[in-house]
Design a protein around this ligand. Structure first.
Ligand SMILES: [Zn+2]
Ligand SMILES: [Zn+2]
Length: 354
């Protein structure tokens, strides 16, 4: 076993605190890595506080993980010591069902194994995430980080990036596609950058024009104020795809008429109930509401390679490990541009023992 340390939640209302634990002995197909950076996802906050009702404690959150390989199991073929690698939201799946065979491990019939707050498929031990110094993961669930990407900013691609890249690919976004993005947080700002990188015409939908300058700087073509009824009416039937990243209960009714015939509004933020949507715009305009989780491993690699070629990176605010509770508070107030990333060099045995 490898002794390691990190920060953990010990209950739904306790702040994250230093925590010592062990990573498993390398299995033949495992790699060990030093974690250099870990993004802070809104779902880390939800799970630390048991908002979804399935949290197990102690919990070491973190599923936007970037680091370097330090050791390899004897059957490992894809990685060698020193490689820049990343790990996202899942660390295992059955590998045999139809979804896994298609490379859609996130939709594994037996359920994928989440990077934290889940159970290892072999031993049943709890999985611990990236708010820690080291990680052991089977090589099939590690990703190669293109060396052209700035490692200190790449971590949020592993959840915010793939969660917005996947629906853009599912709905065949490319040059000329008309894409709307609701919500300009961690996910939304990546949706803008990725859709724009694919050549789409991108509109940010926001309740006021306060974020117009930011939206344009991120690559959007325009900002549409969703409380401006005249502007919304004028934009009716003018979108092929709307990516809705809002992470709380909200109302879809203002947005549905914006979709063209066969257009889709895809939910990637809110996990839980919504205000009741009217079926009138759905039925009369043959419009769709859909959902989408992360992507599979192959698609996650494709996304990283795409970002490497286009030099697409999230806008990050680097924090120290011991600033995580403050970061959670700020995240709750949407006070971040646009993703916190923990610099793991600031997590030392001293920090952990403090
Ligand atoms: Zn996430
Ligand atoms: Zn499977």
């Amino acid at each position: 076993m490898m002794k390691t340390y990190g920060f953990a939640a010990t209950s739904c209302d306790a702040p994250l605190a230093p925590f010592s634990f062990e990573r498993r002995e390398l299995r033949d197909n495992d790699i060990a890595m030093d974690i250099l950076y870990c993004g802070v996802c809104h779902s880390d906050l939800h799970q630390a506080r048991n908002d979804w009702g399935w949290s197990q404690y102690p919990m070491v959150p973190g599923h936007e993980i970037v680091g370097r390989v330090t050791a390899t199991g004897k059957a490992v073929t894809r990685y060698k010591v020193g490689d820049a690698v990343a790990v996202g939201c899942m660390v295992d799946s059955c590998q045999t069902c139809d979804q896994c065979r298609k490379g859609e491990e996130q939709l594994c019939r037996a359920g994928n194994t989440q990077t934290y707050n889940d159970k290892d498929r072999i031993t049943g031990e709890r999985t611990y995430g990236g708010y820690s110094k080291h990680l052991v993961v089977r090589e099939e669930f590690a990703l190669k980080v293109p060396e052209t990407l700035d490692l200190s900013r790449a971590a949020p691609l592993l959840c915010a990036g793939i969660t917005t890249y996947s629906p853009l690919r599912t709905w065949n976004v490319g040059p000329g596609s008309r894409v709307g993005v609701i919500g300009l947080g961690g996910l939304g700002h990546m949706a803008v950058k990725l859709a724009s990188g694919m050549g789409a015409d991108v509109t940010v939908l926001s309740r006021s024009n306060a974020k117009e300058k930011d939206a344009l700087a991120l690559g959007a073509d325009r900002l549409l104020v969703s409380t401006d009824e005249a502007a919304m009416a004028k934009a009716a039937s003018s979108f092929d795809l709307i990516i809705d990243t809002v992470p709380v209960k909200h109302d879809l009714n203002p947005y549905m008429p914006l979709l063209d015939v066969d257009g889709t509004l895809v939910l990637v933020g809110q996990v839980g109930p919504l205000n009741e949507p009217s079926t009138v715009p759905l039925i009369m305009g043959r419009r769709r509401i859909a959902g989408s989780p992360i992507g599979g491993i192959a698609q996650t690699q494709e996304m990283l390679d795409f970002c490497g070629r286009k030099n697409i990176l999230p806008d990050c605010e680097m924090i120290r490990m011991d600033q995580i509770n403050e970061a959670f508070d700020r995240l709750e107030r949407s006070d971040v541009h646009y993703r916190f990333v923990i610099d793991m060099a600031t997590l030392t045995p001293d920090t952990a023992a403090a």
